[in-house]
Ligand binder design. Structure first.
Ligand SMILES: C[S@@+](CC[C@H](N)C(=O)[O-])C[C@H]1O[C@@H](n2cnc3c(N)ncnc32)[C@H](O)[C@@H]1O
Length: 283
């Protein structure tokens, strides 16, 4: 079977993905074609002889259909997502890790030596694994209410050779009071915002990773109520949605953790709140 030059296959895919209304059609098409051909993206640009042929023809058509017609996230199609310095395995059991969540890792990097850290709602294990990778002295645990998500996290940990302890728990229920810091990217989307979400998110990512009640704060409220009862925790860092920072800062303060810093993401949105337990609040 004769093939098609990669540049022609790429042009066709860009047209289809653009027509579907995706935001980054060229990037998506390049990542998908490089994945199908098993080459680096740069090879698509420098190798004018590169062909799409044999089983790759059908595989690329299928990948482009999933991206354009079904609006599936590229990361679910390739099964891979870069996060900090790691290449994570992802699938529809877990949220696709976002660039802004790397801010939580940066908070973790500032913790003292051998601090005990919990990444609550770990999903693919992104935060816990990246932190362990960059700060091997920290004692990392990752928890999730979803057994499916924990399975993905565990697999990532084993494949990357990173020692993180995985816990199945609903928020902090049943988790011992042994952590110095709790980092979390919890669900924070209001149910009413469902209709405004991109099809990639609402059709494909796990609802339990996204939605948190009428105002999007139900998980955060419940988590802070539990953290307030933990005597050992000194630092809490939470990722929040656009426009939620002030409300969450007040909830943190009421839980005994006055917000110290608000870290903005690349879009300028206050994205991660960092709080330390107020003096005297610890027994
Ligand atoms: C927004 S995702 C974050 C995933 C991952 N930390 C990341 O940033 O890519 C939220 C995660 O919290 C988990 N989750 C939701 N409710 C939870 C609960 N009550 N207790 C523990 N984990 C929960 C979901 O299963 C999901 O994996």
């Amino acid at each position: 079977m004769s093939g098609t030059p990669a540049s022609d296959a790429l042009d066709g895919a860009i047209t289809a993905i653009t027509a579907a209304g995706c935001e980054t059609p060229r990037l998506d098409a390049e990542v998908l074609l490089a994945h199908v051909l098993g080459v680096g993206r740069e090879r698509l640009l420098i190798d004018s002889e590169l062909m799409v042929e044999g089983p790759a023809v059908r595989a690329f058509q299928d990948a482009v259909r999933r991206r354009s017609i079904e609006r599936e996230p590229v990361a679910y199609i390739t099964g891979r997502r870069g996060f900090r310095h790691l290449d994570l395995t992802v699938d529809r059991r877990v949220l696709v890790p976002r660039a802004e969540t790397e801010l939580l890792v940066e908070v973790g990097l500032t913790l003292g030596r051998q601090a005990r850290v919990l990444d609550l709602g770990t999903g693919s294990g992104a935060v816990a694994l990246a932190l362990k990778h960059e700060r091997p002295d920290l004692l990392l645990s990752g928890s999730d209410v979803s057994e499916d998500a924990l399975e993905v996290a565990r697999t990532n940990g084993l494949r990357l050779g990173l020692d993180v302890h995985w816990l199945h728990a609903d928020l902090l229920a049943g988790i011992p009071d042994e952590f110095d810091a709790v980092l979390s990217n919890p669900p924070y989307v209001a149910q009413a915002e469902r209709g405004a979400l991109a099809p990639e998110i609402v059709r494909h990512e796990p609802a339990a990773a996204l939605f948190a009640g009428a105002d999007g704060l139900s998980s955060i409220r419940a988590l802070l109520a539990q953290v307030a009862e933990r005597r050992r925790v000194r630092v809490v860092a939470l990722e929040v949605g656009a426009g939620q920072a002030q409300a969450v800062a007040e909830l943190m303060s009421r839980a005994g953790f006055p917000a110290l810093r608000r870290e903005r993401d690349l879009a300028g949105i206050e994205r991660v709140l960092v709080a330390e337990r107020g003096e005297g609040a610890r027994s």
